[in-house]
Design a protein around this ligand. Structure first.
Ligand code: ACO
Length: 311
C-alpha cells in the first residue's frame, strides 16, 4: 500500500515582526540577521492565541484541501514542543475542537523534526490497516519560550502551524522512503531550560550538526527510494537558517528555485516549518503532479528525519 498526502494547509499569525523591530529591543541589526540566517521577518502570535488555536486553523485548511471532514479522521498526531499545557495534549484539544469524535490523539515530541516523526508514525498505522486517515500537524508558539533579551536566539524564531491529511494514495505515489534518527548525547546543545523555561541553543554546535545531517539524510532517502539526486524535483528543508538549507541544496546539486525558502518570511517555526513550506509550495503551484520531493528536518534531541515522496 502507498501512503501519501491527501491535503495540506497552514496558518501563521497576522502580526509581523521585522528585523528592524528587533533592533529596538536587543543589540542587533537587520544586516547581521539577514546575512547569518536569511531571516527578514517572522510572525508572532498574540498572547491570547495559543498553540492549539493555530493547530486548529491549519488543520481546517488541510481538511478543506483534502475535501474531507473531521469525522473522516481516524487519528490525530500533533508535533509540538510548545503545547498549551503538558497535558491534555494539543492533539486532544484539537480532536475536541474539530469534532473528530473519540479518535486516537497524541502529541509527538521530536522538536523541529516532529512533523517528520509524525508523518512516519501515521504511515505505520495506515500501512498496517489499523487506520485509514491520519491528521498530522506541526505547530509551535516558540515566542512563549523565547528569551526576548537574548539576541543570539530571539532573532531566529517565529510562530505558526502546518498540517497534512495522510492516507492511502495510488501505487507508486506518496512516501517512497524515510530515515529517522536521534543522537541523545547532543541534547545539551538545544533544550528548554527547566528554571527559566527559555529555549537554550549552542548555535555553533547545532549548525555543525545540521550541515552534516541535512545533506546526508536527504541523499540517503533518495538512494533508498531507488533514485539519484538528479531526479529530485523539489526540496523542502527545515527552515532554520538559509546557510544550512543551502548546504543541503548544494549537496543535492539542485537549482535555487527548486528549494522552498520561507525562512525569510517566517523565521524558524520548528516543527511547523516543513508543513508550512509544503503547503505554500502546493498552493503556489511549485509542486506538480508526479514530482519527486525531499522533506528533511533536524532539531533538538538531537533528532533528524527525511522523507522522499512522489507527489
Ligand atoms: N545580532 C548581532 N550580533 C549577534 C547576534 C545578533 N542577533 N547574535 C550573536 N551575535 C554576535 C555574537 O555575540 C558573536 O559576537 P563575538 O564574535 O563578538 O563574540 C558574533 O555575533 C558571532 O556569533 P556566532 O554565534 O559565532 O554566529 P554564527 O555565525 O554561528 O551564527 C547562528 C549564529 C545564526 C545562531 C548560527 O550558529 C546558527 O544558525 N546555528 C544553528 C541554529 C539552528 O539552526 N537552530 C535550529 C534548531 S533550533 C530549532 O529549530 C527549534
Amino acid at each position: 500500500m502507498s501512503v501519501g498526502l491527501l491535503g495540506t494547509g497552514h496558518y501563521v499569525p497576522s502580526n509581523v515582526v521585522s528585523n528592524k523591530d528587533l533592533e529596538k529591543i536587543v543589540d542587533t541589526n537587520d544586516e547581521w540577521i539577514r546575512t547569518r540566517t536569511g531571516i527578514e521577518e517572522r510572525r508572532i502570535a498574540d498572547n491570547d492565541m495559543e498553540t492549539s488555536d493555530m493547530a486548529f486553523y491549519a488543520a481546517g485548511n488541510a481538511l478543506k484541501e483534502a475535501n474531507m471532514k473531521a469525522e473522516d479522521l481516524d487519528m490525530i498526531l500533533v508535533a509540538t514542543v510548545t503545547p498549551d499545557t503538558p497535558f491534555p495534549s494539543v492533539a486532544c484539544m484539537l480532536q475536541d475542537r474539530l469534532g473528530a469524535g473519540n479518535v486516537a490523539a497524541m502529541d509527538v515530541s521530536a522538536a523541529c523534526s516532529g512533523f517528520m516523526y509524525g508523518m512516519i508514525t501515521a504511515k505505520q498505522f495506515i500501512e498496517t490497516n489499523a487506520y485509514q486517515t491520519v491528521l498530522v500537524v506541526g505547530v509551535e508558539k516558540l515566542s512563549k519560550i523565547t528569551d526576548w533579551t537574548d539576541r543570539s536566539t530571539c532573532v531566529l524564531f517565529g510562530d505558526g502551524a502546518g498540517a497534512a491529511v495522510v492516507g492511502p494514495v495510488s501505487e507508486g505515489k506518496g512516501i517512497l522512503s524515510f530515515e529517522l534518527g536521534a543522537d541523545g548525547s547532543g541534547g545539551k546543545e538545544l533544550y528548554q531550560d527547566k528554571l527559566t523555561d527559555y529555549l537554550f541553543m549552542n548555535g555553533r554546535e547545532v549548525f555543525k550538526f545540521a550541515v552534516r545531517v541535512m545533506p546526508e539524510s536527504s541523499l540517503n532517502v533518495v538512494e533508498k527510494a531507488g533514485y539519484n539526486k538528479e531526479d529530485v524535483d523539489y526540496l523542502i528543508p527545515h527552515q532554520a537558517n538559509i546557510r544550512i538549507m543551502e548546504a543541503a541544496r548544494e549537496r543535492l546539486g539542485i537549482a535555487k528555485e527548486k528549494m522552498a525558502d520561507s525562512v525569510k518570511r517566517y523565521g524558524n517555526t520548528s516543527s511547523a516549518s516543513i508543513p508550512i513550506a509544503l503547503s505554500e509550495a502546493v498552493n503556489s503551484g511549485k509542486i506538480k503532479d508526479n514530482d519527486l520531493l525531499v522533506l528533511v528536518g533536524f532539531g533538538g534531541g538531537l533528532t533528524w528525519g527525511a522523507i522522499a515522496l512522489r507527489w
